[in-house]
Design a protein around this ligand. Sequence first.
Ligand code: NAP
Length: 349
Amino acid sequence: MDRIPVGILGATGTVGQRFAQLLADHPWFEVTALAASDQSVGKRYIDARQWLLPTPIPKGVRDLVVQPVEPPLDARLVFSALPWNIAGPVEERFAAAGYAVCSNAASHRLERDVPLLIPEVNADHAALIEKQRERHQGRGFIVTNANCSSTQLVLALKPLHDRFGLRKVAVITMQAISGAGYPGIAALDILDNIIPFIAGEEEKMQREPLKMLGRLNDGAVSDASFILSAQCNRVPVRDGHTECVSVEFEKKASPEEVMEALESFQPSADIAHLPSTPAPPIIVHCDPDRPQPVRDRDAGHGMAVTVGRVRPCPLFDVKFVVLGHNTVRGAAGGAIHNAELLVLQKWVS
Ligand code: NAP
């Protein structure tokens, strides 16, 4: 099939560059437009900002000229990697102009008619697009992916919620520096240090998983009803968020049953065939010292999450550690995966 022309809003940032990297050889999408702030507009992509990734800047984008983050752009779908305080109205304008918008930003995630998607978890929530199109009175719409720490947590919780029912979840995160964008946190603040605060992160983690694990009824999502408590920390790791999770179930489950539920989790066959779906989506480790960011963040090309240390919890039922790549599964890779779902479900063609 002809590749679908796509644009990247916020193309020069940490997540924007990851989009450019992951889309370079994508079988369904071709990057035809890049957009960023006034300081980058008019420059060739290669000259606009320092390229941060270890792979070379893709040939297909290096000479594209950066444009303003306003429609029209030569694309049918745009990926948004804009800061949340910019993204809200910009994404609305693209949707109103008829574009499909796949956003990483927090601005629209909790709106009632905006899907917050992980293809293996809640592909049916994409049906909210129908409601949104009534509002936009056109073909455009916005879908979102969750913040980087919620995504990997929800992937691990999904099979457990389906099998045993979640009652309480307590999570403590150790989040990588790249999650703060570029240049992000000053080296003198994070080297040899842990920062026990990430603005707005605990609030997002306590809301977004409930929407993603909620049920779609009559064109609206009813949030899942379990209690979730999050404590978020920034740690001196470059990429990969690690989370220590304790879970209480409706139906008692042993650590062995939890491991079996995680290992046997499979998406439906059509989701499994999307280009970015990892096989398996959840990797379970039995080694006592895994997962670790350096060893496990690239599992499944950064799209798989790794769970380890599944063991009894004296406070709740079971506790474990989950790790995922924050700028791949937790950001650009997750948004591309959502765009593939939109093609599969024929919202985009
Ligand atoms: P970043 O490195 O700071 O990049 C921000 C991008 O937005 C740059 O391309 C920048 O362009 C552009 N931009 C900034 N202000 C703008 C303005 N006024 N008008 C137009 N463009 C503007 O940030 P990031 O880490 O990539 O994060 C991007 C978004 O993804 C945020 O909403 C963030 O919360 C979300 N997210 C990030 C992660 C992660 O792990 N980093 C994970 C999940 C979600 P210039 O270069 O021209 O300034």
